[in-house]
Design a protein around this ligand. Structure first.
Ligand SMILES: Cc1cc2nc3c(=O)[nH]c(=O)nc-3n(C[C@H](O)[C@H](O)[C@H](O)COP(=O)(O)O)c2cc1C
Length: 402
């Protein structure tokens, strides 16, 4: 073979130039090929205590690890030679369409990840045509979220405190601000023991200490963001101090029972979703109480350690109560394929928490958008490759856990 010396005119067109219309951060986000990559970028961009608060789970973290592991054990039997040119990823939840089969889960202290916080997440949800849940532990008020993101389908997540009037007030305000569903979280009788928070000395709000000062030098961008924007406080609570676990234990009512659903109904005219169901028995009890939906969830492994795996009980729950109440699932979802698997096992919809928070830490609103784009693309591609162009067909796809 005869070789020749390459000429500059041959080489120059091969050298890619960065797209200057995009910021350096946007380009970095585009190079993230998965939610796991976004997680790694997030790790670099925020202090360790903040990353650990988001990424961590309770005690040995086995509840979270096992949920993630369960998705690795999923096995589809892809069907081919089906027309998958047109794909419809939409589902209907609580009587309204959701353009993608997932919902952005309620998460506390969201502005700690990046000051743009909940309004940024809600705006991305609106663009994607999906619902978003604002937490009682949110750092943006009910009214402000409604104002900043009027087009988002907003759900309000309620933690019931010992003083019931406080919860009644929150329900009244959420209703007045156009939130159409209430998510009652029931897996938090007390706060889970989150060892990373204890080790890192993370308190809510974060305190400046000598060791944090050293951290400031390594994450000046995050500290600048926090110190030059509105102070970080809970928008719906005035109790602060201690780790999140301590805080939950101090303010939440460990005496909640099924009887409280009637109290919720007398204060809330919209749909009621109960989140934190971990057994077939409790799923049945909720269906008997007439709740509109349940979320099979162990709070992303942040509460009970060594809990069972929601995905493993999903098929039985879907069969037993799926015709009486909508069944959603969350915990450990890191890819669009995980989402498709949950739907194939019988979930009506899926909630994602950490995935979008990694996006928020990595790149604010653009980061959340990148995560939603990655998940949507992975859902679409998985649906096409297993031969199920609609969610109805995904629900009858052949799938098993190995
Ligand atoms: C940082 C963080 C804060 C959370 N805060 C709340 C909360 O305030 N209320 C609630 O009901 N669930 C909360 N959750 C749980 C999520 O709603 C959801 O159940 C969980 O994140 C799903 O697991 P995943 O993160 O693996 O997707 C939180 C989760 C995380 C990661």
């Amino acid at each position: 073979m005869r070789r020749r010396v390459p000429r500059p005119a041959d080489i120059l067109p091969l050298i890619g130039t960065p797209d200057r219309s995009k910021s350096r951060l946007q380009r970095r986000l585009e190079r993230c090929a998965s939610v796991w990559d976004v997680r790694e970028l997030a790790r670099k961009r925020v202090p360790k205590a903040v990353f650990d608060y988001t990424d961590g789970a309770a005690m040995s973290e086995s509840s979270l690890d096992r949920s993630r592991d369960a998705y690795r054990r999923v096995e589809f039997t892809p069907r081919v030679m089906r027309d998958v040119a047109e794909v419809d990823m939409g589902i209907e939840v609580l009587g309204r369409p959701n353009a993608l089969p997932f919902i952005l889960a309620p998460t506390g202290f969201t502005r700690m990840m990046q000051s743009v916080g909940e309004p940024a997440v809600a705006r991305v949800a609106a663009e994607a045509g999906i619902a978003y849940g604002l937490s009682t532990l949110g750092t943006t008020s009910i009214e402000r979220l409604a104002q900043e993101s009027p087009d988002t389908r907003r759900w309000f997540q309620l933690y019931v405190s010992r003083e019931r009037e406080r919860a009644e007030d929150l329900m009244r305000r959420a209703q007045a601000s156009g939130f159409d569903a209430l998510i009652l979280t029931v897996d938090t009788a007390v706060g889970g023991i989150r060892r990373r928070e204890v080790r890192n000395g993370l308190t809510i709000p974060p305190r400046l200490r000598l060791s944090t000062m050293a951290e400031m030098a390594t994450h000046p961008r995050w500290w600048f963001d926090v110190l030059t924007t509105e102070p970080l406080t809970f928008a719906s609570l005035d109790s602060t101090g201690g780790t999140v676990g301590d805080l939950l234990t101090r303010i939440f009512d460990p005496g909640i029972t099924g009887a409280d659903i009637a109290w919720i109904r007398s204060n809330w005219a919209g749909k009621v979703v109960v989140k934190g169901i971990q057994s077939v028995e409790d799923a049945t009890a909720c269906a008997d109480l007439g709740v509109d939906a349940i979320v099979l969830s162990n709070h992303g492994g942040r509460q009970a350690d060594m809990g069972n795996v929601p995905l493993e009980i999903l098929p039985q729950v879907a069969v037993e109560v799926g015709d009486r109440t909508e069944v959603y699932i969350d915990g450990g979802i890191m890819s669009g394929t995980d989402i498709v698997a949950a739907l194939a096992f019988g979930a009506r919809g899926v909630l994602v928490g950490r995935a979008y928070l990694y996006g928020l830490m990595a790149g604010g609103e653009d980061g959340v958008r990148r995560v939603v784009d990655i998940l949507a693309k992975e859902v679409r591609t998985t649906m096409q490759l297993i031969g199920a162009p609609t969610i109805e067909e995904v629900r009858s796809a052949a799938v098993r856990l190995r």
